[in-house]
Design a protein around this ligand. Structure first.
Ligand SMILES: [Zn+2]
Length: 313
């Protein structure tokens, strides 16, 4: 599933390609992907003509602020990723017009396509397009779990789900003190914190936003902490290592354009480069880069943790 670095990479790609453009039409062969409004025709009618004024991220949500005080929310969930380009229908299948990364098999599952107006031409250029600006914004989603919703901006910001999200770990205001408070506070709203296993706590968006299975595994490997260790039992120096590892791993992953081990691709269809830095996630049976012990996979809470049994005790 795309996590903070992948969603951040998508936001950057979208900002350089579709900002200030307007929706002309929408197509879908899986209308249930749009959850709000439930009726796809109503969604289509409402979004047509709206212009994209701002594109930003909160946790793993992509938010397009549109004209008319509305916002389009896209949560890519398990296998979804947004792409920008040009496709044409061939034998009832959308095929990329140009050769390139959009032809990657992971980019073939187009279930929702927004048609955009022409990109604004550069004032010094006679060309209408710069080659990067596709006419279409598409959602490729192999497993069809992604969610698309059209909100009144104010209602979205006031929604319970949005308000309860944990702080953004790359935010300047996310200090070590704040991190400690989030992890160790009493009467947590989330049942996961009561179990207290550090991996599950890190992955809880209502405690800290944006961290999932990939980066919790990577962060814990770097901090040398066992994924099942109870957060209440972490020493102050372990908490410090954990905090530093979160910042460091996420910053590095954003810089490298995210992880494309699985379905995630950048908006131009190409892969992110974090894979060269992957130390634990899905490396079971391979040697630890620090001590050569074989990385183990541990199942708990319905998810897998990947860790070095020697370094992470
Ligand atoms: Zn090790």
């Amino acid at each position: 599933m795309p996590e903070l670095p992948e969603v951040e990479t998508t936001i950057k790609g979208l900002n350089s390609r579709v900002l200030k453009r307007a929706f002309v039409d929408v197509w879908s062969d899986w209308e249930k992907i749009v959850k709000k409004p439930e009726n796809f025709e109503a969604f289509k009618k409402e979004i047509k003509g709206k212009r994209i004024n701002k594109i930003w991220r909160r946790a793993k949500n992509i938010i397009f602020d549109l004209s008319g005080s509305s916002s389009l929310l896209v949560h890519q969930k398990m296998t979804g990723h947004l792409l920008v380009g040009n496709w044409k229908l061939e034998n009832k299948k959308w095929m990329p017009v140009e050769k390139g990364p959009l032809n990657d098999p992971y980019n073939r599952f187009l279930h929702l396509i927004f048609f955009l107006d022409n990109p604004p031409s550069h004032p010094l250029s006679h060309k209408a397009t710069d080659g990067q600006s596709g006419k279409m914004l598409a959602l490729s989603d192999a497993r069809k779990f992604a969610k698309v919703e059209l909100w009144k901006t104010k209602d979205l910001l006031d929604s319970k789900e949005f308000k309860n999200l944990g702080p953004e770990p790359l935010d300047k205001n996310f200090t070590f003190q704040k991190f400690k408070e989030r992890l160790l506070r009493q009467n947590p709203p989330s049942p996961r914190l009561r179990q207290g296993k550090v991996k599950q706590v890190l992955m809880d968006p209502y405690i800290i936003a944006g961290i999932g299975n990939i980066y919790s595994s990577e962060v814990l490997w770097r901090a040398k902490i066992h994924p099942e260790k109870n957060v209440a039992k972490l020493s102050d120096s372990e908490l410090k290592l954990l905090y530093q590892a979160i910042k460091k791993v996420l910053q590095l992953a954003v810089k490298l354009g995210g992880e494309s081990f699985s379905d995630y691709r950048k908006v131009d269809g190409s892969k992110g480069d974090f894979d060269t830095e992957r130390k634990a996630y899905k490396r079971e049976g391979q040697k630890c880069y620090r001590c050569k012990t074989l990385i183990k996979r541990l199942k708990f809470g319905g998810r897998s943790a990947f860790f070095c049994p020697n370094c992470q005790k």
